[in-house]
Design a protein around this ligand. Structure first.
Ligand SMILES: CC(C)(COP(=O)(O)OP(=O)(O)OC[C@H]1O[C@@H](n2cnc3c(N)ncnc32)[C@H](O)[C@@H]1OP(=O)(O)O)[C@@H](O)C(=O)NCCC(=O)NCCS
Length: 148
C-alpha cells in the first residue's frame, strides 16, 4: 500500500462515518494510526476495492483475533467501509463473503464484530449476511456468525 493509498483510505473512512462520529475516530491522525493498526493485525485480511484508481471500499478482517467473550480464536471483522457513493451495490457483501471464506480457510468456525447500537444501516447489513446479536457493551453490540 502506498502513502497515497493510506491518505485516500483515511478520507474514505471519515466520509463514510459522517453522522456516526460517536462510533468512529474523527481526527485524521487517529484514523491513520487505526488503519496502520488494522494492517498490522492481519495484512492478509486487509482488502481494498478500487474503481479505476479510486479506492471505494476496504475491509479489515483479522484471523488472529482472540475473543475474550468466546474465549477462543475467532475471525474478527474490525472494520468495513464502503464509499457512500457506492452504497447498495453489493460491494460490502462481496468484501464480507470474501473475508468469511478467508476465515474458513484459516480453520476458524466463528466470525465476530462490534457495531454501534444506532448504526442501523450496518446492523441491517450484517443481519442480511447472517450475523446475530450476541451481547452488548455500553453502546456497542457484538454480533457473531457461525462459519461451519
Ligand atoms: C454498512 C456498509 C459497509 C454496507 O455496504 P454496502 O456496499 O452498501 O452494502 P451492500 O450493497 O453489499 O448490501 C448488502 C446487503 O445489505 C442490504 N442493505 C444494504 N444497506 C441496507 C440498509 N440500509 N438497510 C437494509 N438493508 C441494507 C442490501 O440490500 C444487501 O442485501 P441483499 O444482498 O439481500 O440485497 C456501508 O453502508 C458503510 O460503509 N457504512 C459506513 C461505515 C460503517 O458503518 N461500517 C460498519 C462498521 S461496524
Amino acid at each position: 500500500m502506498t502513502r497515497e493509498d493510506l491518505e485516500a483510505i483515511v478520507k474514505l473512512y471519515l466520509r463514510a462515518y459522517k453522522g456516526l462520529e460517536e462510533y468512529a475516530y474523527t481526527h485524521p491522525k487517529d484514523v491513520k494510526a487505526y488503519i496502520k493498526w488494522l494492517l498490522k493485525r492481519d495484512p492478509e485480511g486487509f482488502v481494498l476495492k478500487r474503481d479505476g484508481n479510486r479506492i471505494v471500499a476496504f475491509v479489515a478482517g483479522d484471523a488472529n483475533w482472540f475473543s475474550k467473550r468466546e474465549w477462543k480464536n475467532v475471525g474478527a471483522i474490525h472494520e468495513i467501509v464502503v464509499d457512500p457513493d457506492y452504497w447498495g451495490k453489493g460491494i460490502g457483501k462481496t468484501l464480507m463473503d470474501r473475508t468469511l471464506n478467508y476465515f474458513l480457510g484459516k480453520g476458524l468456525d466463528l466470525a465476530e464484530l462490534w457495531v454501534g447500537d444506532r448504526n442501523e444501516r450496518a446492523i441491517n447489513f450484517y443481519k442480511r449476511l447472517g450475523f446475530k446479536e450476541k451481547d452488548r457493551y455500553n453502546y456497542w453490540i457484538r454480533m457473531v456468525k457461525k462459519l461451519r
